[in-house]
Design a protein around this ligand. Structure first.
Ligand SMILES: [Mg+2]
Length: 272
């Protein structure tokens, strides 16, 4: 049954406190908020559906760099969520849009699954305007790193990083993500990377521009108090922390005070 907009917008008191107009749009982090270990969080699909039925714009914002937005949207649908690729923001999409807007060619050091987000970007390998570095995992070699270094240092290509995540967990094992490789290239070239990925502001700003509303009317829901919540609040979004995913009680003992803390994303409906 559709949820009336009035109900949805009264769900979280904090939004009233900010500007009195309630939630006008909502951005969900995916992993740890909507899904945990690739399984949907209880009640999460219904929350997403309720906002959409109420006419509230919904976006999904993830730092995943191994898959592009089409693939991520399919994963969401498979988990029971109402999602289309246009609503999914990930580092590869944001970087692809940035490069297309400039008509820039790029050497793409990204996983095959992320390549569709760079459609229309010329894969110039000799004289690229940019080198895009994502999580290549076991495909990294000295030669690839050295090629990236030379293109940035000697050819003058811009270094674009897909997030700055240091590592992630696969099964029981920690795996290096893109962050350490981007930092190595920054160190070698003495140039700063342009990062598309939370917590850097560029990707939040891309989502806000796509929604087309003032940041203060848009909620960001995340499980990472720094990457999601603090970073969102820094660009003016309303930051809501969930107690699922990577959340630990000690997260709230630091310097970040979320606009609201809720048990899980399902609380967005239960509170009404
Ligand atoms: Mg998360």
């Amino acid at each position: 049954m559709p949820v009336p907009k009035a109900t949805v917008t009264s769900m979280v008191d904090v939004t009233e406190a900010r500007d009195g107009v309630g939630i006008q749009a909502i951005i969900f982090d995916i992993d740890g908020v909507l899904t945990e270990n690739d399984r949907p969080v209880a009640g999460a699909a219904r929350v997403v559906a309720a906002f959409k039925e109420a006419g509230v714009p919904v976006r999904f914002l993830t730092n995943t760099t191994s898959r592009g937005r089409d693939h991520l949207a399919k994963d969401l649908v498979r988990s029971g969520f109402d999602a289309v690729p246009e609503e999914v923001f990930c580092p590869s999409r944001a970087a692809g849009e940035y490069l297309r807007r400039r008509g820039a060619g790029a050497r793409l050091l990204v996983r095959e699954g992320a390549l569709p987000d760079f459609e229309g970007v010329s894969p110039r390998s000799e004289l690229p305007d940019a080198v895009v570095v994502g999580d290549l995992g076991r495909e990294w070699t000295y030669d690839l790193m050295n090629e990236a270094f030379r293109l940035i240092h000697e050819v003058g290509a811009e270094l674009i990083g897909l997030g700055r995540t240091r590592y992630w967990k696969m099964g029981d094992d920690l795996q290096l993500d893109a962050g350490p490789f981007i930092t190595a290239l920054e160190y070698a070239t003495r140039k700063d990377a342009l990062i598309f990925g939370k917590p850097d502001p560029a990707i939040f700003e891309a989502v806000i521009a796509d929604i087309g509303l003032p940041a203060g009317q848009i909620v960001m829901v995340g499980d990472d108090i720094l990457t999601d919540v603090e970073a969102a609040m820094k660009v003016g979004l309303i930051g809501i922390q969930v107690r699922t995913g990577k959340y630990r009680d000690s997260d709230l003992e630091g310097s970040v005070s979320p606009d609201a803390v809720i048990d899980s994303v399902a609380s967005l409906l239960n509170a009404s």
